[in-house]
Design a protein around this ligand. Structure first.
Ligand code: RIB
Ligand code: CA
Length: 313
């Protein structure tokens, strides 16, 4: 499998950190061209700082980090400190970053990188609200035919919502951006809650992480210990769902996942169902399929991969 050139667009977030660390630990499959921060779990000043903290934790300070949009396209920002804590990376005590934030705006970095590199060679990996990606598409429609694929974490169908009864957080925060992305015509692969709620970090899996006895695995286990309390209280589940690393795991071992190529549309009008990803899983409409919507995952295979790779850092 050729190495994928990717841009990670992210709102760290403990689970974003897991996704970034997995990518940075997997140079045989993934080349991270840059990390672009977006407002989401916590405001932009924190997500761009957290992205640099994670790069330094991984010892990969050569990866450029950019700050992007600080608010959704057409709405006020909704954040999730109740899940991720005040800093967005609550759990371990990690030093403030020393590596600099790049001057260039994240949206300009996305546009210029896609224009400068050969068409069809860049994968965008959004792990938060789709504001940066949609803004890039609006500003530079020519990039649409040049993007190899978008592999994103967001949405839900059988699992319904986690921030409202109908909507998953990343889509809910910026539904207008999601609509632009899903209508763009770019090849899209979606990791919805239907999949991420099957990768629960059980105590055995956290122990396996700690048993690696590395600073990165210890820090990740500390992040999980903090992050999981929200989901275990809410769902009574055996552990927290590790949403975002499903995206980077897919780039490394796609065979861990299965789903259907279906039509997915975004609710942007109804306040009741705002941000819902309406996936035509059963093909009951004549709407054109536009996304590979994942529905199942080999959870233990996912955790074995995540633990083995993070132990490398
Ligand atoms: O709904 C889960 C998603 O929202 C994850 O990406 C998490 O990091 C938050 O951004
Ligand atoms: Ca995220």
């Amino acid at each position: 499998m050729p190495v994928r050139d990717i841009i990670i667009d992210t709102d760290p977030g403990q689970d974003d950190a897991a996704a970034i660390l997995l990518a940075l630990a997997s140079p045989e499959e993934i080349n991270v061209l840059g990390i672009t921060a977006v407002a989401g779990n916590v405001p932009l000043p924190l997500t761009q700082k957290n992205a640099r903290i994670v790069c330094e934790l991984a010892g990969k300070t050569n990866v450029p980090v950019f700050a992007g949009c600080d608010a959704p396209i057409a709405r006020k920002l909704v954040t999730a400190e109740h899940v991720h804590g005040k800093t967005g990376l609550d759990g371990p005590t990690l030093p403030d970053p020393v590596m600099p934030l790049c001057e260039q705006h994240a949206v300009d970095f996305i546009i210029e990188t896609i224009r400068d590199l050969p068409a069809g060679t860049i994968t965008l990996c959004p792990l938060g609200p789709l504001t940066n990606i949609a803004t890039a598409i609006q500003r530079a429609p020519d990039i649409v035919e040049r993007v190899q694929e978008i592999v994103l974490m967001g949405g839900a169908y059988f699992e319904v919502g986690n921030i409202t009864p109908a909507a998953e957080f990343n889509i809910y925060v910026d539904p207008e951006a999601a609509e632009i992305v899903f209508k763009s015509g770019i090849k899209i692969t979606v990791m919805p809650l239907d999949v991420t709620h099957k990768v629960l970090v059980t105590p055995e899996r956290v122990k396996a992480m700690r048993d690696q006895k590395t600073p990165v695995c210890d820090a990740m286990a500390d992040m999980i210990d903090f992050f999981e309390r929200f989901d275990t209280d809410k769902y009574g589940s055996a552990g927290a769902p590790l949403h975002d690393p499903c995206v980077t795991a897919y780039l490394i071992k796609p065979e861990l996942f299965s789903g259907r190529f279906v039509n997915v549309e975004i609710e942007t009008q109804s306040e009741l169902t705002l941000g819902m990803t309406v996936a035509d899983w059963w093909g009951v409409t004549d709407r054109t399929p536009n996304a590979m919507f994942m529905g199942d995952v080999d959870a233990q295979g996912f955790f074995d991969l995540l633990t083995e790779r993070l132990a490398r850092l």
